[in-house]
Design a protein around this ligand. Sequence first.
Ligand code: ZN
Length: 279
Amino acid sequence: MPELPEVEAVVRTLRPILEGQRIRCVHVFHPIALKPQRAPCLAELATDQCIQRVDRKGKYVLLLLDRGLLTLHFRLDGQLVWFANGAELLERANVKENGTHVDVAFEFGKGVLGFADRRHFGRVHAWDRWEDSSGLASLGVDALSKDFTVARFRDLLAASVRPLKDFLLDQTWVAGLGNIYSCEALWHARLDPRRRAKSLRPEEARRLHKAIVSVLRRALECCLHPAPDFHDSQWWFQGLQKILRAYDREGEPCRRCGAAIRRIEQSGRSTYCCRKCQK
Ligand SMILES: [Zn+2]
């Protein structure tokens, strides 16, 4: 599931391709990807507009237009696919034999960008103003922005009685972390995911802040080398496994103390941690 580093890598790769490009037309193959919006709204807002800027907030990709914006959210396994032109899109998109799944596509002078999610959880939305998107408007401070300071983080922690893991997953406090990098940050900070957020001492809050930033930066480096290849519909990020210390390592030895990494359930999701050195 793409979290902040994966989405940031997509944004940095897209930026030189899309900025300054005019959307000639919009193709909607599977309207479910726009839900609860409707295809005519997207086409009306996006057609004939230039992409001024490609940006990110939390796990959202933002395409800022002359007027309004588009948001892309990949959810579980949404992705982007590039086609040379409209003819190639229509030849390959959603055809039975060797076709490429595409839900929505934006046609530019230099090629076509497709958004695809076979499981149809991912979403493409059009907004007149970013405040109109309740998802965007509710996001907390972005974990890789300069606003994510130790002091701010400490205040947020102090205001929540929820377990640390749930606190980190809640995008309204800190935006960008998902299941993988929240487990990793807690392992690096040597903190038990079940601790209440407000129970952290200042020194522990500082440690967790540092762990979040360094885990995300390291993962971003990994996601950029090699960078996403939108020409390959099978492409996915590689090499992330080798930087993981806790996530999906149930039963394997902790790289710090040697005890077995445990898997526990929190709010219906798996948390991986070392019960010996995460206190
Ligand atoms: Zn350990």
